[in-house]
Design a protein around this ligand. Sequence first.
Ligand code: HEC
Length: 230
Amino acid sequence: MDLPSPLGTFHPPNISPDSEDGIGRWRTIDLANALLAGISPDRQHYYPAFPYTSYAHMRLSDVKDLMAYLRTLPPVKGHAPAHDLPFPFTIRRLIGGWKLLFLDQTVIEDDPARDPAWNRGRYLAEGVGHCAECHSARNLAQSIRHGTRFAGGSDQSGVGYVPNITPTGIGRWTRDDIAEALHSGRTPEQRQIGSTMADVVTNLSALPDSDRRAIATYLLSLPRRHSTDE
Ligand code: HEC
């Protein structure tokens, strides 16, 4: 597939368990290094178009479970083409410096002052769900612009705008409305959510309803934010 971005077009690699073309030879530690540190088994930096800036907050036990799941998928042959990037973005070593500035690897621990649904929602939305990676504005270094997290921003493909999902944008929706939108893609105004969110909804619809409601609880608890990209 193509993943257009302001830097160029990325082609996400084969992550099926094929031992030649995919990740069939990876150990769990290799997946952990990729998701939590953005480092490949041959010690190269991944581009943050692979949203490890969010995955880095995942718990190791979930990475282990994810590896167990990926190993059950059918192996698929074939390599994605090379990324289509202009110089100097072809130099992966530069990503090391970017990470020093912008990669936060803090694992999301439960906040005992909050209820379990909020904690679950925060973990899903901030970590593995990587919602803010699309629903925020970015600075020139392509890092999420402070204060715009979840407040929407230009679509990374260069076309369109990703909506504000803090209470500024969807504060009039109830928790049930949000959980329903994440399940069926239907908004309270009976609009069908599309674009890149259609795939996200397909994936979220496989979650238990309690997880979608937990995400809704977390989103409704966010401070009202406005995006600088509007
Ligand atoms: C790959 C990018 C991407 C990711 C990741 C993503 N979204 Fe979205 N989201 C979008 C886009 C684009 C739209 C607008 C779709 C449209 O206009 O039809 C959208 C729309 C929405 C809407 C509807 C808002 C409205 O006002 O209509 C909600 C709610 C939402 N997303 C929640 C989430 C949550 C929660 C997550 C994380 C679990 C998430 N999104 C992850 C791109 C993304």
